[in-house]
Design a protein around this ligand. Structure first.
Ligand code: NDP
Ligand code: 8X3
Length: 252
């Protein structure tokens, strides 16, 4: 059987990077993307082997022009994408609505919602032409529950859920699977990005309990991707044992 091609946005860190590792171990060909070219090159060197070819694309998902140029630049055989993992995303800041930085709002909306849409618009057409494919969108517990000082991040992930549900209905007639993965707290670069590089504040988020790690989520993603053709997992909500809801942590 032909090796599958998986396109992962945000493969330079966290969930995306660990998923690239698992998919390489399982002989997928990969298109890995992100804005940090050096990391993409390093990961390609680390993961490529005789049963895993890797193509890198360095671009910002916030820019429709960059997304289109990057995807159009793929050689024809690499456009036969079987799996699109819309993972690139961020939280910027944690502030009340009357004080938050509007540029943080723009970054979250442009990345988490618009970036996912730009990627999906193009890749879903390639999938429709082949009458097969699987689109997996990374949502969050923040897409199910809203919490104080996270209005816009929660809003973007609620949007990811609504968009995914509509996509699921629209794309089912073309034999395209659609689902979401909704994790709770995972220790990645996520908090470092949210707190603009403040390592102390970022580390504090995970004080006193064991968060999920990127491998936990990547393993679940692989499980979802490796189900038989007739099975679509619509959503998985995955939480640390010590986190019972968006803001309820059992801390030691
Ligand atoms: P990381 O910060 O470790 O990884 C984020 C990835 O997204 C990086 O590879 C980054 O690459 C990429 N990215 C961010 N902005 C852009 C952009 N504008 N253009 C292209 N790529 C971009 O965080 P996680 O792995 O934790 O986050 C992955 C997803 O998981 C996100 O959607 C996040 O919202 C979601 N999530 C995270 C949780 C957590 O607690 N960590 C919990 C629930 C959901 P680069 O900087 O090179 O562009
Ligand atoms: C990331 C989890 O709780 O920081 O989506 O919003 S949280």
């Amino acid at each position: 059987m032909k090796q599958k091609i998986a396109l992962i946005t945000g493969a330079t860190s966290g969930i995306g990077m660990e998923t690239a590792k698992i998919l390489s171990e399982n002989h997928f060909n990969l298109i890995i993307t992100g804005r940090r070219q050096d990391r993409l090159e390093k990961l390609k060197k680390e993961l490529e082997h005789e049963k895993c070819e890797i193509h890198t694309l360095c671009f910002d998902v916030q820019s429709k022009t960059e997304v289109d140029q990057a995807l159009d630049s793929l050689p024809e055989n690499w456009k036969q994408v079987d799996i699109l993992l819309n993972n690139a995303g961020l939280a910027a800041g944690i502030d009340p609505i009357n004080q938050a930085d509007w540029q943080d709002w723009e970054a979250m909306i442009d990345t988490n919602i618009k970036g996912l849409l730009y990627m999906t618009r193009k890749v879903s057409n390639w999938m429709i032409a082949r009458q097969q494919g699987h689109i997996l969108n990374i949502s969050s517990i923040a897409g199910i529950q809203a919490y104080p000082n996270g209005s816009v991040y929660c809003g973007t992930k609620h949007a990811v859920n609504a968009i995914s549900k509509a996509m699921r209905i629209e794309l089912a007639p073309y034999n395209i699977k659609v689902g979401t993965i909704s994790p709770g707290a995972i220790e990645t670069e996520f908090s470092l990005v949210r707190f603009k590089g403040d390592e102390e504040k970022a580390a504090k988020v995970y004080d006193g309990f064991t968060p999920l790690n990127a491998r936990d989520i990547a393993e679940s993603i692989y499980f979802v991707l490796s189900r038989p053709a007739h099975v679509n997992i619509d959503d998985l909500l995955i939480m640390p044992t010590a986190q019972a809801s968006a803001r309820d942590f059992v801390k030691k």
